[in-house]
Design a binder for this molecule. Structure first.
Ligand SMILES: *[C@@H]1O[C@H](CO)[C@@H](O)[C@H](O)[C@H]1NC(C)=O
Length: 363
């Protein structure tokens, strides 16, 4: 098989979307007349051949010894500044400080934001976007990072090859409360309606992650919301995290997709996209495991980078190292982090929102 031929078409992609009149340009939903089957009318890349999420068929995964363990950088150093929690009508987004990052992929990635996907609580209907052997988990947490070695900010990175890295964490319900998730769930009521924003106390983001970061499913895919840019290196952890049934219920019933002014309240639920065909992709697996799609591109990229010259890949440690302090990691982190939600639009690149009147300071 000609690996390079497989890889090249991907490198030529750049994410585009049709500019439509301002009033409508950002509007999309998961179901209905502007639901997922219509997304590609406004966002052509949504019908691309490397879309996310996917079903991970574990029997098709291959172990990729070249994949390194993923190392979160600075996740526990949350600092004194509050985080911003934002209801964008599609999910709840928490902006992450730009000293947080990710090592273990062929480039250094800088954290931008995290958000969740969940269901409606109907029995037998999970709320995760990725599925494992056809099984949906109850919810899914996404930590979005951009390639700060190659690109100046997330709005540029999200449209470019290898621009983003997203960590996917499957969430299941168990017996016990997960204290780390209370750092988010306890404050959902402050941004109940779409477009509301609130400050919340900063917290240890690493507490949201599973313990074993060494095993993950890796593949090349896309944003799971419009404009569906096919610029994402996905790493879906094999280990799941658990929250209590009460915590899941809070996630499913606290937020509205409708604005505060809208007469009819719409609960924000089932904000998940259907799984997309793998097509020619292979999921590469992990240090420990690599599933078909993603790994292939990563390996090829590795080869290209190695040939090309300066690769940080070959100096990666084989075991998970201690998180490095900001000062030691990268001077590229001084880039201003952009306030761009995952669901970007053609106008999103230049807008930095000011705190609105719904913003509530932490007492
Ligand atoms: C991101 O970087 C590009 C390229 O340097 C620049 O043109 C653009 O204005 C930046 N976007 C924001 C939101 O700062």
């Amino acid at each position: 098989m000609d690996l390079v031929a497989l890889f090249l078409p991907l490198t030529l992609l750049s994410c585009q979307w049709i500019v439509v009149p301002a009033a409508e340009e950002t509007y999309w939903t998961y179901t209905g007349s502007v639901g997922q089957s219509q997304w590609s009318e406004y966002f052509p890349e949504c019908s691309g051949s490397a879309q996310s999420p996917v079903d991970v068929e574990t029997s098709q995964c291959k172990h990729d010894p070249t994949l390194a363990p993923l190392t979160p950088l600075g996740y526990s150093q949350h600092g004194n500044q509050p985080f911003t929690l934002y209801n964008n009508g599609h999910t709840v987004v928490i902006d992450l400080p730009d000293w947080m990052g990710l090592r273990g992929l062929p480039w250094l990635f800088t954290a931008a934001q995290m958000h969740l996907h969940w269901g409606s609580g109907d029995p037998g209907h999970g709320g995760s976007e990725h599925t494992i052997n056809g099984q949906r988990a109850d919810a899914e947490l996404h930590l979005v990072h951009y390639n700060s070695e190659l690109y100046p900010n997330i709005s540029t990175a999200m449209t470019q090859e290898n621009g983003l890295a997203v960590l996917g964490i499957l969430v299941e319900t168990g017996q016990e409360d997960n204290q780390a998730f209370d750092n988010i769930l306890d404050y959902l009521g402050r941004a109940r309606h779409a477009d509301q924003k609130a400050f919340i106390p900063a917290f240890d983001v690493e507490g949201l992650l599973p313990r074993n970061l060494g095993r993950y499913y890796s593949y090349k895919g896309s944003l799971t919301t419009p404009p569906c840019c096919q610029t994402v290196l996905w790493a879906l952890f094999q280990e799941r995290v658990h929250i209590s049934q009460a915590q899941l219920l809070k996630l499913q019933t606290s937020l509205y997709s409708s604005g505060a002014e809208e007469p009819q309240r719409m609960l924000l639920q089932d904000n998940l996209r259907s799984t997309q065909p793998l097509n020619q992709r292979v999921t590469a697996i992990v240090v420990g495991v690599m599933c078909g799609c993603v790994g292939l591109a990563v390996i090829i990229r590795f080869i290209i980078k190695t040939i090309g010259s300066t690769s940080s890949w070959d100096v990666l440690p084989s075991i998970r190292p201690t998180p490095v302090q900001r000062a030691n990691t990268s001077d590229k982190r001084t880039e201003q982090k952009q306030d761009v939600p995952l669901s970007c639009t053609s106008g999103a690149g230049g807008t930095k929102e000011e705190p609105s009147s719904s913003l509530q300071a932490e007492p």
